[in-house]
Design a protein. Structure first.
Ligand code: ATP
Length: 353
């Protein structure tokens, strides 16, 4: 049995559907990320699980129990939001103890559980501080401890690291994952940071206009996007048109033959192909190109130097492609140089337009 089971959930605000027939199962102990552009329905889905939003169709079950008509405080859910809203006038201890005091947990047990939670989030010794005397990362750890202390069935996180600067955010991502594993709590996580979704989660779902367009383990979704939207939203991609021919061949840009891992059966129909920039390699014309089977000749039209990587824009006849290279060479290839771009057949993915 899945811990969270969402079936056919639909929610409209006015005429726009914020959620449109969403189906999702989240398994025990999973960290599941909801990813999608602004307005795609991520927060609405989280709020529907929590009970703040009432779906007009469909059902939500937690541990097999229907959530319909069950108010927020009886759903046994822990929540952390971007703006963590700790009680400013209360100590760290009292903030974390709050959920236990409203449940009338005995004083000794409360003290014990709060201490254990603060140790888990590495804030022992901070019991008497006020939220205003903590850094942003520390406040977010208090919020996490506060959400976990009641031992909820599900933890919901809405952009919990969104207010932190990049370096602290990276550090907190690692800590969050460790804590989540240690506690073993089923977690649904909203983010619009694709790298965060890829590094943290066991599975992700990509939302577009209230619909889940693809879900699966991060690597599966990244390596095998099903649609142009998914390929484009999760990472970068080069797209071009291919024309499958009889005999399992594919013609790409400029009528050049391309080798693909899978070629759809119906010859003649145009298909869209996607290749990730980092899967492509670039070599100066005349220098030995990689052994990869697919080649396009072109001219460098742009060079973006970023220290550890260099991004090239290359015009190859009618198409322009982006190539992301590790910065291994003595000097990047210059704009205007003639180059060969190459990649492996299994890195050419057929996607739905
Ligand atoms: P973001 O990344 O910007 O937070 P999101 O993916 O979380 O976006 P939602 O907040 O779920 O998106 O919103 C989905 C759609 O529903 C949007 O079009 C939004 O304007 C609309 N919406 C959400 N809440 C309400 C509300 N209370 N009243 C009216 N419309 C709403």
């Amino acid at each position: 049995m899945s811990v969270v089971e969402i079936q056919g959930v639909t929610k409209r605000f006015g005429t726009t559907p914020a959620l449109d027939d969403v189906h999702l199962r989240i398994e025990e102990g999973e960290l599941f990320a909801l990813l999608g552009p602004s307005g795609s329905g991520k927060t609405t889905l989280l709020r529907a699980i929590a009970g703040f939003v009432d779906p007009e169709a469909g059902s939500i079950h937690i541990d097999g129990d229907p959530m319909h008509d069950l108010p927020v405080h009886r759903r046994d859910i822990g929540m952390v939001f971007q703006h963590y809203a700790l009680f400013p006038h209360m100590s760290v201890f009292d903030n974390v103890a709050f959920g236990l005091s409203v449940r009338h947990v005995a004083r000794a047990e409360t003290a014990e559980r709060v201490r254990a939670m603060l140790a888990l989030v590495q804030l022992d010794g901070f019991e008497e501080r006020r939220p205003g005397q903590l850094s942003g990362g520390q406040q977010q750890r208090v919020a996490l401890a506060r959400a976990l202390v009641t031992r909820p069935r599900v933890l919901l996180l809405d952009e919990p690291l969104g207010a932190l600067d990049k370096r602290l955010r990276r550090q907190m991502q690692i800590e969050l994952r460790q804590i989540q594993r240690e506690v073993g709590i089923t977690t649904v996580f909203v983010t619009h940071d694709q790298e965060e979704a890829l590094t943290l989660s066991d599975r992700i779902a990509i939302l577009d206009a209230g619909r889940i367009v693809q879900s699966g383990p991060p690597q599966a979704v990244y390596e095998r996007p099903r649609t142009v939207f998914a390929a484009d939203f999760l990472g970068d991609a080069n797209f071009f048109t291919g024309r499958p021919q009889a005999g399992g061949r594919m013609l790409g840009p400029g009528g050049k033959e391309l080798l693909c891992a899978e070629i759809p059966g119906d010859a003649g129909a145009e298909v869209t192909l996607a290749v990730r920039p980092e899967k492509m390699r670039i070599a100066r014309a005349g220098e030995p190109a990689s052994g990869d089977a697919n080649h396009l000749e072109g001219t460098v039209t742009g060079v973006l130097y970023a220290g550890s990587t260099v991004t090239y824009r290359v015009a190859c006849g009618e198409v322009e492609v982006t190539v992301l290279e590790q910065n291994r060479e003595a000097a990047p290839i210059a704009q205007g140089e003639a180059v060969t771009v190459s990649w492996r057949p299994d890195h050419t993915v057929v996607v739905e337009p």
